[in-house]
Design a protein around this ligand. Structure first.
Ligand code: ZN
Ligand code: ZN
Ligand code: ZN
Length: 137
């Protein structure tokens, strides 16, 4: 009998979420057998926000790590350093001579300093025609 009463009270009374400090109906909380009232201290929404944020951060970290390990990323870094040190000289676009800012494009990422300077438009066109350059990973 008492058990039923407690359950009924719990279902009627709102619970304060420890994270967003909002009072919400018990169904907004995940069950947690270890806690006194059988519910988690954080509402479902806060739990979700937390885990999706965590997942997003994690994905970005993973992505950065993957980028760091791939040849494409390393080749681009090498080009950047070489330009800074004057070992590579940026030219105008070799296809259309545009004076726009050019991008060091690799035909083959295994040859990191073997780049062609293309403007944004020509560079985009090259990749939409050829896809990814060789040895990007
Ligand atoms: Zn909350
Ligand atoms: Zn390219
Ligand atoms: Zn161009």
């Amino acid at each position: 009998m008492t058990k039923i009463v407690i359950v009924m009270i719990m279902q009627t009374f709102k619970k304060l979420c420890c994270s967003c400090k909002e009072e919400k109906e018990p169904h907004n909380f995940h069950n947690n057998k270890k806690s006194i009232d059988g519910k988690q201290a954080k509402c479902k929404q806060c739990t979700n926000e937390h885990s999706s944020k965590y997942r997003k951060e994690n994905r970005e970290k993973l992505q950065a790590k993957r980028n760091y390990n791939c040849k494409k990323y390393q080749a681009q870094q090498l080009v950047r350093t070489a330009v800074k040190k004057g070992r590579l000289i940026k030219t105008t676009c070799e296809q259309c001579d545009s004076l726009e800012k050019t991008i060091g494009h690799h035909d083959d990422y295994d040859k990191p300093l073997d780049v062609r300077w293309l403007c944004c438009a020509c560079h985009g066109a090259w990749h939409s025609e050829h896809g990814e350059a060789r040895n990007a990973r």
